[in-house]
Design a binder for this molecule. Structure first.
Ligand code: PLP
Length: 384
């Protein structure tokens, strides 16, 4: 069967074992067997997150868990710092606006990283700020923001720290406790290589204290107080407030077993190798990279167009002629960049090769004399 290969930042193509886990029989989201599955999954997530903190597994998208985290520790009128260098930072700002917070959002050019300096200035200028929320991997530009320059200093200044690690956790090393992250949010459907439906958030002891101290009403489902209550009072039987997508948890458990068995370092290296191969190939074909190597995430690649190539047309023809789906630029970056994901099966050689040969074919169809395979210059280390 031939189907479109997904080389987008998520959802991603996933392995057969995880796909089959989605077809496991119905089961209740409570009781002894469920508790075992749930607890083992939490323990594996703790290892991956490199944290001692509590782990909540919630039904819903990443944005929901980010909204829940911000809502649960803030009252209307309080100040939050959200450095802005892209679409997903803007989403956090919109969420905070909806929660009636005062927002301090130092602006950084799209395609450039948020620096420690920018964060320091914002913290100094706003001693009243209660929290800082930051995107780790800004998927819209592929920039990896240097958390080590950001969250430890925010913590030191007494702020609560909330990190959007939706597209990075599972794809590269992220040491939640060392970095002083109170709320670290991710989803199952990006680098954890599971179908969409589950969001995950780690909550520190200080994070819980802030949740307990908050007075303003914040609904029910999105109030982490509710989640804490169930974990504490029903934890040995029915650990979540609501019905869970049970097959998705089986799939997440399966995927985490695979990842930890294989070894996270090996997985991280495989993503990075796919990124290297794609970047080297694109440069051979004359496409400049959008982001400087020093701050480019190993999980996605953004590239600019070469003269005469229209982004929409290349994206469209890759899909219709070569069976390869990649992503466009969002908002102001539409038409300017294209983005290639390296997570999920996209890290594999057949995906990388299909993409690069697809771009070659496109150029040849449009009159360029490029020898077949000219872009396959850095496939060493790309997983089979
Ligand atoms: C994908 C993504 C989101 C949104 O995740 P949803 O599950 O669709 O809510 C948020 N932040 C980043 C950085 C992302 O890549």
């Amino acid at each position: 069967m031939s189907r479109t290969k997904l080389l987008i930042p998520g959802p991603v193509d996933i392995g057969e074992e995880v796909r089959l886990a989605m077809a496991s029989p119905s089961r209740p989201h409570y009781g002894r067997e469920w508790i075992q599955l749930y607890t083992e999954t939490q323990e594996m997530l703790k290892r991956l997150f490199r944290t001692q903190n509590d782990i909540l597994i919630m039904a819903g998208p990443g944005t929901m868990a980010l909204e829940a985290s911000i809502a649960s520790v803030t009252e209307p009128g309080e100040t939050i710092i959200i450095p802005n260098n892209g679409f997903f930072a803007k989403r956090l700002i919109t969420v905070a606006e909806g929660l009636q917070l005062k927002i301090v959002s130092p602006l950084v050019e799209e395609g450039k990283p948020i620096t420690g300096e920018v964060v320091r200035e914002a913290i100094e200028a706003h001693p009243e700020a209660k929290a800082l929320a930051v995107v780790h991997h800004e998927t819209s530009t592929t920039v990896l923001n240097p958390l080590e320059e950001i969250t430890p200093q925010a913590k030191k200044a007494g702020l609560l720290t909330i990190v959007d690690a939706v597209s990075s956790m599972g794809g590269l090393d992220l040491a939640v406790d060392d970095l002083g992250i109170d709320f670290c949010v991710t989803v199952a459907n990006k680098a954890l290589e599971v179908p969409p439906a589950l969001a995950i958030v780690s909550v520190s002891e200080e994070g819980w204290e802030a949740v307990r101290a908050r007075k303003a009403p914040r609904g029910w489902y999105l109030d982490l107080k509710t989640w804490r209550w169930y974990a504490e009072h029903w934890g040995n039987w029915h650990p979540t407030p609501v019905t869970m997508p049970t097959s998705n948890l089986v799939a997440l458990h399966t995927s985490l077993m695979q990842l930890l068995d294989e070894g996270v370092e090996k997985r991280y290296a495989a993503y990075a190798a796919a990124a290297r191969a794609v970047r080297a190939g694109l440069q051979v074909l004359g496409f400049p990279l959008f982001v400087e190597e020093a701050c480019a995430s190993p999980l996605t690649t953004a590239f600019l167009m070469r003269p005469g190539v229209e982004a929409d047309r290349l994206q469209h023809e890759l899909r219709t002629q070569s069976g390869v789906m990649i992503s466009g630029g969002i908002a102001d970056l539409h038409g300017k960049i294209l983005r290639v994901g390296h997570i999920g099966l996209a890290r594999k050689r057949d995906y990388v090769v299909a993409f690069l040969l697809g771009v070659e074919d496109f150029l040849r169809r449009h009159g360029e004399a490029i020898p077949h395979g000219a872009s396959l210059v850095a496939l060493d280390g790309v997983e089979r």
